[in-house]
Design a protein. Structure first.
Ligand SMILES: Cc1cc2nc3c(=O)[nH]c(=O)nc-3n(C[C@H](O)[C@H](O)[C@H](O)COP(=O)(O)OP(=O)(O)OC[C@H]3O[C@@H](n4cnc5c(N)ncnc54)[C@H](O)[C@@H]3O)c2cc1C
Length: 703
């Protein structure tokens, strides 16, 4: 599961050479021309872009290397867009794989050879991922170019990649080190996965004419032709794939994990209309992504303002939940974290400010169990050092700018941010004619009839003065339910939600604690001062839906922090805010109670969010009743869902880390776009995963 960066050297002409393969990444006299000839022209990209009626084009590649092919393709695509502004084609997806990624430093050095690509390469280098195995999604140039970069083995990456039923890739760039130097990549298993991911009429081009490649592609079903190679090279291969009628309709992965895309309703005019029900970070980020995907969005929130639920706390810690083993849940967290950081940076760079500090997070070794877990993690080198590193107490004290009594883990990319401020920034970024916001609208029911989805809301007419309410009926093409802790109230939604009350204190800063310059985490967390106060949280009370502030829980929070930080003299200077009269901030939290705030987290037993189509659980129980028989994947049908109704909830206690990637998954899914995580991680987020587990174990059977 671990990967290492490529070990490279630069030859006398400055060309990068991979030490392990004793091969150059490109020729620095003709690299760009070679890419143009072998991959762009031989796949006839420009002609196809001019003729296409698709809104997106999808390239698949083996061997990302220095990203030269990607940069040349992206540059051509951007100039195609400039010259053809009315073309329906407005997005390029580029899915590539790299087992030995260059370090960002080597990448920068290698790409200086191509000053003509500098605008693109600077944008790539800025977001180039650390060596964390798995799929990384990078959005470039206002989403016109999307790079999905799999770090790891190519065959593994392709076999884990999700594809909708029509396939994923229009054109393949089969690059990488030559079969004579990298025989292990060019194997039948790779070619079979290339076929699985291909759309009907996908093409390929490759610099090599090696017999094994020719036979492998032919055996997988491609036509294979030779043509003159680039420059002095005698031959190269090109070809395409025509799927049989059966292949066109056969699913690209196990039907039980099918991710339903949204169905265009017959009455849909130009823009699909999506109703989002919710008002927290899940709803706001989803609204922004949907607007950017060209949808019309109506956001309905039960409260009289947005960000009044769990997303109403003034400050929240931003960090992933990492374990000593890189299990599925930890991988989801690690990828969510890196994606979220990129998403937040993008929002800020567009001028949509929200209160935050990227001040890093210190996870303290506050007891023996935790210490040995963290030590194992470091010993196993489970995660890249750029993500998490070990600090001794003195180093931790330097980072925190305050005495830290224990060793700990440092996550330099973490920090804190203000959820209400983030919600506001997303809404501002999404704002315009295509976004409508309706507060004091509580969803009561959804009815799907005659190809329409109707939503019925109770709407408080004027909740403060006149508590009377009326029912309002409205329609949408697609519905996204992002209802946080009220998800369990949604009609017919049978999922094992767990509600946990939490209270976070807003304690006054003082001279002992004001120097704190990073987020401290143990059982709870404490942030650096913001507006002269620190957030100090939080309690966990299962099945308690009351959100009143409790002094008893404030004492619990204080004791928890003083115990975990015992040994730091300043921990005794932590004091609770007893004053009820202060009101010096605009945030919802302070409007309510300056001492702190309580809200309800919504989570699931496996601590992962649920993202996907609304499952018709009773119908699925019948459809999947024989799952325990472990028949072949295609034996079981695609499970039934409520058409065009989706869920985005269960963000638990790490919503600030997971919400952006979860929203990206959902928006990609309902737009039939490629999904930004691999199948194993996606399946762990499925809305019917608990039912599937039960049925495999023969629980919940229909008799
Ligand atoms: C005390 C506490 C501390 C936390 N600390 C952190 C932290 O440090 N870091 C971190 O990452 N996460 C933290 N979390 C978790 C984080 O706050 C949540 O994961 C996140 O805010 C959830 O966002 P959401 O949009 O899913 O839900 P919410 O913010 O709860 O939003 C749900 C929205 O749905 C609306 N709604 C519900 N039902 C209906 C309906 N029927 N009709 C219309 N609207 C409806 C509600 O009005 C609300 O606006 C904390 C949570 C708590 C409670």
């Amino acid at each position: 599961m671990k990967i290492s960066n490529a070990s490279i050297n630069f030859n006398e002409s400055g060309t990068p050479v991979a030490s392990a393969f004793d091969d150059v990444y490109f020729s620095n006299e003709s690299g760009i021309h070679e890419t143009q000839f072998v991959f762009i022209d031989s796949n006839h990209l420009n002609e196809r872009w001019l003729k296409t009626t698709q809104s997106s084009f999808h390239i698949g590649e083996t061997g990302f290397g220095t990203g030269l092919n990607f940069l040349v393709a992206a540059q051509q695509f951007m100039s195609f867009r400039k010259n053809n502004p009315t073309s329906p084609l407005n997005q390029l997806y580029f899915f590539s794989t790299e087992k030995f990624p260059l370090t960002a430093l080597d990448l920068r050095k290698a790409l200086t050879l191509w000053p003509e690509l500098s605008i693109l390469s600077d944008a790539l280098i800025k977001q180039y991922p650390m060596a964390l195995p798995g799929l990384h999604r990078i959005h470039l140039f206002d989403n016109q170019v999307i790079l999905d970069l799999w770090l790891g083995d190519a065959t593994e990456g392709f076999s884990h990649a999700h594809a909708h039923n029509e396939g994923r890739i229009d054109a393949w760039f089969l690059d990488g080190f030559a079969p004579s130097k990298n025989d292990s990549m060019w194997q039948p298993a790779l070619f079979n996965q290339i076929k699985r991911l291909s759309k009907n009429h996908a093409t390929f081009a490759t610099f090599t004419a090696a017999g094994a490649v020719k036979r492998g592609l032919r055996d997988a079903g491609f036509t294979v032709d030779k043509q003159k190679g680039f420059g002095k090279k005698r031959e190269m291969l090109i070809g395409n794939l025509t799927l049989t009628e059966d292949e066109k309709i056969s699913p690209r992965q196990a039907p039980i994990n099918h991710r339903h895309t949204s169905i265009s309703m017959p009455h849909t005019s130009t823009k699909q209309h999506v109703a989002i029900v919710g008002g927290g970070i899940a709803a706001a980020i989803c609204a922004l992504k949907l607007i950017r995907a060209g949808k019309k969005v109506s956001l309905y929130c039960a409260d009289d303002k947005l960000a009044q639920g769990a997303s109403g706390n003034e400050q929240g810690g931003f960090y992933p939940q990492l374990n000593a083993e890189a299990g599925i849940a930890s991988q989801i967290h690690a990828h969510s974290f890196l994606y979220a950081r990129q998403f937040y940076e993008q929002l800020l760079s567009e001028g949509h400010f929200f209160e935050h500090q990227w001040c890093g997070v210190l996870q303290l070794c506050f007891n023996e169990n935790v210490t040995s877990r963290y030590q194992n993690m470091m010993r196993n080198q489970t995660w890249p050092q750029a993500l998490v590193e070990w600090l001794e107490p003195e180093q931790a004290s330097t980072i925190a700018n305050i005495q830290i009594p224990t060793p700990g883990l440092h996550l330099p990319l973490g920090g804190w941010l203000s959820p209400p401020s983030l919600v506001e920034a997303c809404i501002n970024a999404a704002g315009g004619d295509d976004l409508s916001i309706y507060v004091s609208h509580r969803l009561q029911n959804i009815v799907t009839a005659e190809n329409k989805t109707q939503l019925i809301f109770t709407c408080a007419k004027n909740s403060a003065i006149n508590p009377a309410s009326e029912n309002i009926k409205t329609e949408a093409d697609v519905v996204v339910l992002a209802c946080g802790a009220e998800s369990h109230l949604l009609q017919d939604l049978d999922l094992p939600f767990r509600m946990t009350r939490g209270q976070v204190e807003r304690i006054p800063s003082n001279s002992s604690i004001s120097p704190l310059s990073t987020v401290l985490c143990h059982k709870g967390y404490m942030t650096p001062a913001h507006q002269n106060h620190h957030a100090m949280g939080s309690t966990y009370v299962k099945n308690d839906l009351n959100t009143e502030y409790r002094e008893s829980e404030a004492e619990l929070n204080l004791n928890m922090h003083q115990q975990a930080l015992d040994g730091a003299s300043w921990s005794h200077d932590l004091v609770l805010n007893k004053s009820l009269n202060e009101s010096n901030s605009n945030h919802a939290a302070v409007d309510n109670d300056p001492r702190g705030r309580a809200a309800i987290r919504c989570s699931l037993p496996d601590h992962l969010p649920v993202v996907g189509a609304f499952p018709l659980v009773e119908t699925q129980k019948v459809e999947l009743n024989e799952l325990y028989k472990a028949k072949a994947d295609n034996y079981y049908p695609t499970p039934s869902v409520q058409p065009n109704v989706y869920l985005l909830t269960g963000l638990g206690s790490r919503g600030l880390t997971t919400a952006p990637l979860m929203a990206e998954i959902l928006v990609s899914q309902l737009c039939s776009a490629p999904l930004p995580l691999d199948k194993r991680l996606l399946n762990a987020l499925n809305t019917n995963r608990f039912l599937i587990r039960d049925l495999i174990r023969r629980h919940n059977l229909v008799t």
